[in-house]
Design a protein around this ligand. Sequence first.
Ligand SMILES: Cc1cc2nc3c(=O)[nH]c(=O)nc-3n(C[C@H](O)[C@H](O)[C@H](O)COP(=O)(O)OP(=O)(O)OC[C@H]3O[C@@H](n4cnc5c(N)ncnc54)[C@H](O)[C@@H]3O)c2cc1C
Ligand code: FES
Length: 258
Amino acid sequence: MIYERVYVKESVRENRDVYTLLFESGIRVIPGQFAMVWIPGADEFPMSFSYTSGLKGFTFKVVGKGTETFSKLREGDSFFIRGPYGKGYMEYGQRATFISGGTGISSLAPFIEISKFSSKRLIMGARSKENLYFIERLRDKVDELIVFTEDGSYGRKGLATDGLRYDHDVIYACGPERMIRKILDISVEKDIQIFASLERMMKCGIGICDSCTINGYRVCVDGPVFSRADLINMPDLGRYTRLPSGRRVRIGDSREMQ
Ligand SMILES: Cc1cc2nc3c(=O)[nH]c(=O)nc-3n(C[C@H](O)[C@H](O)[C@H](O)COP(=O)(O)OP(=O)(O)OC[C@H]3O[C@@H](n4cnc5c(N)ncnc54)[C@H](O)[C@@H]3O)c2cc1C
Ligand code: FES
């Protein structure tokens, strides 16, 4: 496995728990792809690229030791990456709806920026106003921006899925699995194409360890972005996940990923 040492060019605090680290690297990244980030002495974990052209970047929520150490890096500090890995988003049709929940917007943002759809609608969902980020970055990149917060502190009150309409050719989704399950079920009913990015426990990131498996698919190499044709073959989606030990548990019985 080949690691690249990269140096932080800029560190941005997006909100209380979410940070962006920008760095220089010559690698070519398709939006939706991820890298394994290694901070010696701390951890190695998967991260989707939130910036893919010019400076590369990761935008992440602090949830544990690895991401906490990562959030403390400043300009000039270094870390290691291997990747890019996995399959990214691909363009389909003319009119696209993007829907994000929580940190799902990190992976969708560069795709929203560079994709060439004739019409783009973005529906962002978060628990509360203080959990939102990238609104200003994306506001003028889309024809329609609808924001939902669960407590009503910003935009409309409710879940991102409350804003779904079915007048577009394709839906791109990134967020909690239960949100993706709901969107998948609707897209099947309405016969709309969907691409969704999944997050599962990852160790190797390159298809060897099986820790990211969902119903026979390895998220690290077969995804993380999957089309409807694959998603419909995943009965575990939004229902069962795997713990770091590999044990399969019902979602909700363990702390869900992000
Ligand atoms: C393909 C992919 C892309 C991701 N992109 C982003 C992103 O852009 N922004 C972002 O904020 N987060 C992203 N994540 C989640 C991120 O990898 C975890 O938040 C991170 O690994 C947590 O590490 P930690 O040491 O801080 O926390 P830990 O203490 O290790 O764990 C805290 C939580 O993170 C989850 N987690 C831990 N290790 C992993 C792992 N190896 N893979 C998946 N989840 C894990 C656990 O289920 C737990 O709920 C992504 C995950 C995957 C699989
Ligand atoms: S993370 Fe090892 S097979 Fe996917």
